[in-house]
Design a protein around this ligand. Structure first.
Ligand SMILES: [Zn+2]
Length: 455
């Protein structure tokens, strides 16, 4: 009985989206961040029909017969976007345990866990993510593609996903899934089907293979990384000729290119090759940032990743600790310089390095390092929409855009941490969350259930 009633409660309250119909829904709140203005709109009203915004502004007349959702002392915002997630993975615990688990669990079990990561992400207000790499050693499954498609078909609840599949990298590089394991443990050396490619022609083949299997965006590791065992964090891993091939082939197939890159030298080469965004960018010097500004290359800073790792440094092997410390020591100055110089900044967190659903903590880190709250909000809305190539339909609260609308309490321009307390989420006109999230509700109801079963 108890189980039945809590299931019914979950269904009624938030477990299932309310379905868009012909009815008009009017969202009201004390204020609104529209994604493009430098100040907030007061007495905000947004009118939604089906999956689209039909009007948005201050003190608009409420159409007769509309269903009004009055959110009170809150700020309406475009659904947040995160340009750097890994929704199919979780690297947030002890490194060695996680590595063993990757070998132990069936890939289908990883996929089932990912459905929960998707749900907590959208409930945290992130209605769109660019998911930059999903691979499980020894498996050829495309779990990110399956997750994206299941969300699009409304089989499960989650953010709209643009996925990169395996990611592309060099033998022994940050993306080599056998990096750190004994040679031949998995029976063969990884190849383009695992995203591992060497030389311009193989890089083109890997891009084509990933697009064939459902990639929306191409991700490559052009320098070493923190959470890989046998490479140095800032060394180049692709040559200029390989990066030129990567960008050319991807752009010919109308896919954008995001590159994992910590090192300064290879960042310059990647920017020169025409990549669309540099992910992390920890060691980039002011001259390199100046090149980015000139070329219009986006920086996705992922401050949350280093913040989390440094807070749990004992969870990582000594070799990774040293890399994390070096990258974190460099990234704050790099980010401050990028803000000062006016480099285009795309909001992205590297969610999976820290637990999914905490994406909004990135906002405070950005503001603490010199970005204005409004610019931080723009990075997660209009700027990300531009980088992702979806600005025509998302990123601002304007007539004709898809109705991805969230609300945060109070005024996020005076307290940016309000973004961590999202209280309402609508995606394409469907209410996904109003009030506490499913997880918060489960937490509240779990204690009595535990004591009952103990009896
Ligand atoms: Zn990442």
């Amino acid at each position: 009985m108890k189980i039945t009633s809590s299931v019914v409660l979950a269904l009624l309250c938030c477990g299932v989206s309310s379905y868009a119909t012909d009815e008009l829904i009017v969202l009201k709140a004390a204020r609104m961040f529209d994604g493009k203005s430098n100040s907030l709109v007061q007495n905000a009203v947004v009118v939604v029909k089906d999956d689209k915004i039909v009007d948005a502004g201050s003190n608009l007349q409420i159409p007769a017969g509309a269903r009004v959702i009055d959110l009170g002392d809150a700020t309406l915002c475009p659904g947040f976007m995160d340009a750097h997630t890994h929704l199919t993975e979780d690297f947030s615990g002890n490194y060695n345990e996680r590595r063993l688990q990757e070998l132990d669990l069936n890939v289908s079990e990883h996929a089932i866990r990912a459905t929960e990561f998707a749900r907590v992400t959208v409930e945290a207000g992130f209605t769109t993510v660019r998911d930059l790499g999903s691979h499980f050693v020894g498996s050829r499954e495309f779990v990110d593609v399956a997750l994206r498609n299941s969300i699009n078909r409304r089989v499960i609840v989650g953010p709209r996903m643009l996925v990169a599949t395996k990611g592309i990298g060099a033998t022994g590089g940050h993306f080599d899934p056998t990096n750190g394991f004994r040679d031949f443990l998995f029976g063969r050396e990884p190849d383009y089907t695992d995203g591992i490619a060497n030389g311009p022609d193989e890089i083109r083949k890997a891009v084509r293979f990933e697009v064939k299997n459902g990639a929306d965006v191409i991700k490559a590791a052009v320098s070493g990384g923190v959470l890989s065992l046998t490479d140095e964090v800032d060394t180049p891993q692709l040559t200029p000729a390989e990066m030129t091939a990567l960008v050319d082939e991807s752009h010919r197939l109308r896919k954008k290119v995001a590159v994992h890159c910590h090192g300064d030298q290879v960042a310059r080469e990647a920017i020169e090759a025409g990549v669309d965004s540099i992910e992390h960018g920890s060691f980039m010097k002011p001259d390199t940032l100046a090149m980015m500004k000139k070329k219009g290359t986006f920086l996705t800073p992922t401050l949350m990743a280093s913040e989390w790792i440094m807070g749990k440094i004992d969870n990582y092997p000594p070799a990774l600790q040293a890399k994390a410390k070096a990258a974190t020591a460099a990234r704050s100055d790099m980010f401050r310089n990028a803000v000062k110089m006016g480099v285009r900044i795309s909001f992205g967190t590297d969610a999976a390095v820290f637990p999914h659903g905490q994406n909004a903590k990135e906002f405070k880190l950005m503001v603490d390092l010199g970005m204005s709250p409004v610019d931080a909000l723009k990075s997660a809305t209009a700027s990300d929409a531009e980088l992702l190539g979806i600005a025509q339909k998302l990123g601002t609260l304007e007539k004709g855009k898809l109705a991805d609308i969230i609300a945060v309490p109070g005024d996020p321009t005076t307290d940016i941490t309000a973004t961590e307390r999202v209280l309402f989420v609508m995606k394409e006109g469907r209410v996904i969350r109003q009030g506490p999230s499913a997880a918060e509700k489960a937490e509240k109801t779990s204690s009595p259930d535990v004591s009952a079963s103990a009896d």
